[in-house]
Ligand binder design. Structure first.
Ligand code: F3S
Length: 81
């Protein structure tokens, strides 16, 4: 399974991920992105359709702030405010 989230301190609010995968990414009030399906905890596995969109955003993020893992994330999730 594939899990994703945004390493929010590295995000520069460029907006690309939300344009490429609006079902997966959104912004907080400061414009910093978070992973929508699990509020950026990185604990909910992507299904096949979502994985296609996730990969697009993952590859294009200019600061490589979008992280992926084969296992659920368990560190500080930087949830949006
Ligand atoms: Fe931030 Fe990268 Fe998205 S900089 S807004 S996580 S494309």
């Amino acid at each position: 399974a594939l899990y994703g989230r945004v390493e929010r301190p590295e995000c520069i609010a460029c907006g690309l991920c939300q344009m490429l995968a609006p079902d997966l990414f959104d912004y907080d009030q400061a414009g910093i992105a978070y992973y929508k399906p699990d509020r950026n905890t990185g604990t909910k596995a992507l299904d096949d359709q979502a994985t296609i969109h996730f990969r697009l955003a993952y590859k294009r993020c200019p600061t490589h702030s979008i992280k992926r893992s084969d296992h659920p994330f368990d560190a500080e999730p930087y949830t949006p405010t």
